[in-house]
Ligand binder design. Sequence first.
Ligand code: MG
Length: 383
Amino acid sequence: MIRTRQIMMDQEGVLLAPYAQKSAQTAGRRYPEPPHPFRTDYQRDYARIIHSRAFRRLEYKTQVFLNGTGDHLRTRLTHTMEVVSITRCIARALGLNEDLAEAIALAHDLGHAPFGHSGEEALNERMREHGGFDHNEQSLRIVERIEKKYPEIDGLNLTFELLEGLQKHREFYEPPPGSGELCYLNPSLEAQVANLADEIAYYSHDLDDGLDCHLIHPAQLAELAVWRDACEGVRSRYPKIEGEELHAYVIRCIIDREVEDVITTSCERIAAAGVQSVEQVRRQPHPLVGYSARLFTANQALRAFLYANLYYHPDVAQMNRRACEMLGRVFDAYLANPNLLGAHTAGRIETDGLHRTVCDYLSGMTDRYLLDEYARIFPGRVS
Ligand code: MG
């Protein structure tokens, strides 16, 4: 028997929680499409992101450490896969729509520039007078405008709920066209889960990568409640493990604790709010997915620690600074000579303006492509 789209939608109605976003209740796509015989709308969104060019480029983009500097270090792609994995676990435990939550997680970092946050800051500086650059806004721009798959339209024509999930860090969320709503205060729980899973993933794996690179030393971590609590748990079970073996297992336990805390806390908050539909979720004054107060405080301390000791560590900062100088020079070279962009990209200048066209092109590059482009434009010049 083939499990048709209709059967899957019926199963969602039975299996998912009342406050989950069911695919049968989607607000649809900007350009309406006939339904697929055996895939729901969110399963189609998921596949469209996996098959996009921007998704494939994540493999060669920096997470924290420049791409190619260590085979075990996270890249944007492996970070994204970890976010998807954590998202699935939380979404499934809360009875949410995993297809939607995972698709949002898959797309959440598509808009990142080469060279990580340093690259983003450098591009934002160059775009100061021209609307700025923000990776969250760029993720939306990629899926709505830049990806080209269909002859008649720009973008991937994703569902409203997927696009809503990419509107991160906004005060208000745009309602679907024609819904009669002015704005929502929160996105779906699926979007809230993907958003928090991103934090859980990078807190833990940046710590892991920092230890791996010896930029962070275990002795520095004793004051951090997140590390200390997990470490005590591990030592009581495995009193003899040390060094890398200990670190690897502590990182595993940190993720496990964070995920369990979010599931328990969110379940309590959902029950206390009494929400019975995704519409009610969107009208809540605050997000319902979150950490307990204790873990929230502990994570704030971890975040502060990572900023103070890893993200701006002299070794990381020096490498990023050199990379960003190259990015700036390539940006200026394109502005001065748009012919360097190639005919396809240059064709966008008329509609999008020169600065935005250059910004789109540069921000889409992988680390290595930008280095190659630098060598092409400035032959023989060492940064
Ligand atoms: Mg991320």
